[in-house]
Design a protein around this ligand. Sequence first.
Ligand code: F0G
Length: 353
Amino acid sequence: MGVIERYKEYLPVSDKTPVISLEEGDTPLVNAEPIAERIGKGYNVWLKYEGLNPTGSFKDRGMTMAVSKAVEEGSKAVACASTGNTSASAAAFSARAKIKCIVVIPEGAIALGKLAQTLIHGAKVIAIKGNFDQALDIVKELTDKYPITLVNSINPYRIEGQKTGAFEICDKLGKAPYYHALPVGNAGNITAYWKGYTEYKEKGKIDSLPKMLGFQAAGSAPIVEGKVIKEPKTLATAIKIGNPASWKQAEEARDASGGMIAKVTEEEIIEAYKILANEVGIFAEPASAASVAGILKKAGEGYFEELKPGDERDIVCVLTGHGLKDPDRAIKCLDHPPIVEAKLEAVLKEAGL
Ligand code: F0G
């Protein structure tokens, strides 16, 4: 069962909505002791592993809604700008809905797995000599002028679908976490999670709301710097965005929740990326690791207060995309395997046995 069917009472759908689903959502909330040990002070750390969605990222929650509503409204085509995951998801759901999908991407800035997905699902992919922010401007104009539905997260149905991530976390924990950490790019997901928690509280499903902790890459941190970044830079290409579309909503989520939006360096992202893979056993893409990098950094700065014995607090980090999306990055930050003679002795020697 996909997220529309599971949470339809919270979503703007009716019996007439043609549900285009790939059985997205219902992703695991994995306990992460190696991270909790580093935070110390009695905190529990959970990882919402969104890489296990059908196209390998959280975007599928929003895309099932956006494409279902587009089809309901009679649209024959959708379009998006993307740093890769939105396009992979839009392409897959459009294929399933048998509608056209147009994708505008920044040339050379999309991880290989994401580009492969977008192409194999049959989207029309156009690379521009520019960045994500410019691609989004073009797609906004395109969808204003032609009968094509925009499926970036400024489409409100995307946010509606993505808020189901918050519902799942609360359903699993039986309450909201104390802190909710996630990477921030175009700022749709922080907006969506905050909406989800707020609505669950209004409906009496939870008593309290989490503090929202958003993390941007240091070279692409417009919200932290308080200004548009003309040439954003980061190895976490998914969040290489200099002018987030949901900037204001992200600030509202931060302020209303008593949380923060801060930045993490490339080194901190890679360190968290390796800890996740080496010690927790989860391969997440670099942008996802920014959430973990962020809480580790804040712990180092003494942000998390010491809990009284017996007290418990949950920190949930969203791991937004699968590590296999960006195989080049994993290979680049590790040693290449040695090549030896095809003999047992040579393998034993190299294995140190
Ligand atoms: N993590 C991953 C893996 C992403 O792909 C994105 C955004 C984010 C985090 C940030 O989420 O934009 O809602 O703040 N990717 C978009 C894309 C921009 O085109 O795939 P956000």
